[in-house]
Design a protein around this ligand. Sequence first.
Ligand code: ADP
Length: 334
Amino acid sequence: RGAVDPYASADDTAVEAALRPGHLADFEGQPRVSAQLGLVLAAARQRGTTPDHVLLSGPPGLGKTTLAMIIAAEMGVPLRISSGPAIQHAGDLAAILSGLVEGEVFFLDEIHRMSKPAEEMLYLAMEDYRVDVVVGKGPGATAIPIEIPQFTLVGATTRAGLLPGPLRDRFGMTAQLEYYAPEALEHIVQRSSRVLDVPVEVDAGAEIARRSRGTPRIANRLLRRVRDYAQVHGDGIVDRRIARAALDLYEVDELGLDRLDRGVLDALCRRFNGGPVGLSTLAIAVGEEPDTVEEVAEPFLVRLGFIMRTPRGRVATRAGFAHLGLSGPGEENG
Ligand code: ADP
């Protein structure tokens, strides 16, 4: 999807590695999470133990992977990365866990998408640093307990509510990442501009931050698109005019809405007269997958107060109509 997709594209991955802050002190914009995590890590260091398991929840692109890397760096231990969908069999998990080194941080992204048997194996591993490996099939099958090294699990999920209670309860610390304030994103843009060696004027950085939907990943991506524009159409320096022109070219508007967001809002207001309308009907109207509409466009439109999700379907608000220059449902629209 377009420039404001919160999920990483292949093109993001390499650059993001360079743009990740390496220490907690450089991880800006989530002061509460930083303070809580800082305490957990300092206490573990003092006691000479591995930190408690940490659950990070929040929308994509807000820094969950980055925090896992920071935890490993701050503790001076290696990091192993995997994800729920990659672990379909309990055996996959047993292989990873038994291969960890003492104290290692194990980052498990999309932890809510793990298979049930793997999840049950994880309970035991988190609590007792042990896995039961089943050998053989049928009546002759036996469970062989295997000790695994002490490790810190850092689980990530888009919504903590998706996790079964018993799994959630096994985390010593749960942190909810929030969308970033524009000022924090401005700092992140300025920091990234120094890493990428692109001069970005202050008001241009503010413009990029404002249109980044509270999401560092999007801010970093928009910065790169703006940099391209400055290089090709200017002298390489990003000023406000260049930033605006580039963002307009990528159809990211003043509020960070892109073509899909506006399409959804427009269909809801004009075609369905403000709703209520069901997700699948709305998705067909904009020619997108329901999942994309639900996970990418809607959360942001809800956050802006432009639409509401009700039990009867999606409904446009007065503010939503106003954003399109319309007066409201059932009224004479100009
Ligand atoms: P998630 O795992 O939540 O999807 P990531 O940790 O991969 O998000 O972060 C996406 C990008 O955003 C990374 O390139 C990272 O550099 C940047 N980023 C995230 N949080 C911050 C932050 N607090 N400060 C600076 N950059 C950040």
